[in-house]
Ligand binder design. Structure first.
Ligand code: NAD
Length: 355
């Protein structure tokens, strides 16, 4: 394991993306977004993605210079991601949805053909930091099919994340933020174990025999599927959420749904909604409710020695607080891969020193 300084990592990422053909402004947005995912502990959505993006650019499925285009109708906007970096599209979407909520009290943005939107919590936090409630439904537009309907082991849906944020207006040091895949785990958690030789937890996946997929490498070779959130016992709930998310994202975003054949597409469609809470109550009203609820939830008695009630978004807040001080830990294999990537681009001198 290596530890690197977040600012140096961001500078490296920015140089790498510029070297791949992006203008400085785009590279800065993408670099900030990737490092912010590493900072909050979702490294599967962080700088580990850089070599994948470079491959996508080489293959022509990602255009490093493209910008999303926007169609506007009052409260509503639809964004065509146009093969641009998803981070640029995500940022445009949250700017639009907050500007509209500021004017009308509510804003809705649909997104189609976006590059990978990454960690959706980043967009939710942006909107909450501006003082608005946020909800989103994100799909994979028929690509990256991984979730099996209950009672089957056939891959039919993407890991379709659902995300909500409530601005805390300073009553807590973080916004309340729920951001999770509708599968038992995000696919990134499987990728992280690929090649590790470690067995996958048995309640993540299913194969046609009814047993789990044993190793990440097998899953990557298309063995079995991810169980929907809730697993074998109550997977109908996760499956229902994933299905409705597929439709919200596709209908509001204007993109396709999951069908055969699976698309090679690896980007996202989405529906983003922002609501001004002060249309309904004062900021004090929001703070009072968050304060009362969080105190009550935290008063639950732990039944395990190291038990502690954490609120949604709190694990990411704590990890980011620690990593800003101590640096970001990165697996040896990821460091080696990124160094080889830097060598290919001829920017090894920009690679961050380990702390
Ligand atoms: P996760 O299981 O790590 O976390 C889900 C939620 O649970 C988070 O809001 C977190 O704050 C909360 N949480 C975690 N531990 C907690 C605890 N002990 N107490 C209270 N709350 C807790 O998330 P995930 O499903 O692994 O998803 C990881 C990331 O992957 C997300 O950021 C998601 O947006 C992203 N993702 C993106 C795509 C895409 O196509 N762009 C697809 C799937 C997932």
């Amino acid at each position: 394991m290596h530890t690197v300084d977040p600012d140096s990592l961001e500078t490296f990422a920015q140089i790498a993306i510029e070297e791949c053909g992006s203008p400085a402004e785009t590279a800065a947005i993408v670099a900030r977004s990737l490092v912010s995912a590493d900072l909050v502990g979702h490294s599967s959505h962080g700088v580990v993605r850089l070599p994948y993006y470079a491959n996508q650019i080489d293959e022509g499925s990602l255009d490093p210079t493209a910008l999303p285009s926007v169609e506007e109708a009052g409260l509503f906007h639809q964004i065509d991601g146009a093969g641009a970096f998803g981070q640029v599209t995500g940022r445009r979407a949250v700017e639009l949805v907050t500007e509209t909520a500021a004017e009308y009290g509510v804003g809705v943005v649909g997104i189609s053909d976006s590059g990978h939107l990454g960690r959706i919590g980043e967009w939710a936090d942006y909107v909450a930091d501006e003082g608005y409630l946020f909800a989103s439904w994100v799909n994979l537009q028929g690509g990256a099919q991984r979730i099996a309907p209950p009672g089957t082991a056939d891959r039919r849906l993407g890991t379709n994340p659902i995300t909500f944020a409530v601005p805390s207006f300073g009553v807590l040091p973080f916004n309340l933020l729920y951001d999770g895949a509708t599968s038992q785990v995000a696919h990134g958690k499987i990728i992280e174990r690929d090649g590790s030789g470690e067995r996958l937890p048995t309640d993540w996946t299913i194969t046609e025999t009814g047993g789990p997929v044993e190793y990440a490498t097998d899953f990557e070779d298309h063995v079995g599927a991810l169980l929907p959130l809730g697993g074998k016992a109550t997977g109908h709930k996760g499956f229902g959420l994933a299905t409705m998310t597929e439709l919200f994202a596709a209908i509001v975003g204007g993109g396709p749904v999951s069908t055969e054949p699976e698309q090679s597409w690896v980007g996202n469609g989405a529906a983003f909604v922002a609501i001004d809470p002060t249309v309904f109550t004062s900021r004090e009203g929001v703070k009072d409710r968050i304060s009362a609820l969080s105190q009550y939830l935290r008063s639950a008695e732990p039944i395990e020695a190291d038990g502690e009630v954490l609120l949604p978004g709190e694990p990411e807040y704590r990890i980011a607080r620690d990593r800003r001080e101590a640096g970001i830990p990165i697996e040896d294999a990821v460091i080696e891969n990124l160094q080889a990537f830097a060598d290919n681009l001829g920017i090894r001198q920009a690679f961050p020193e380990t702390l």
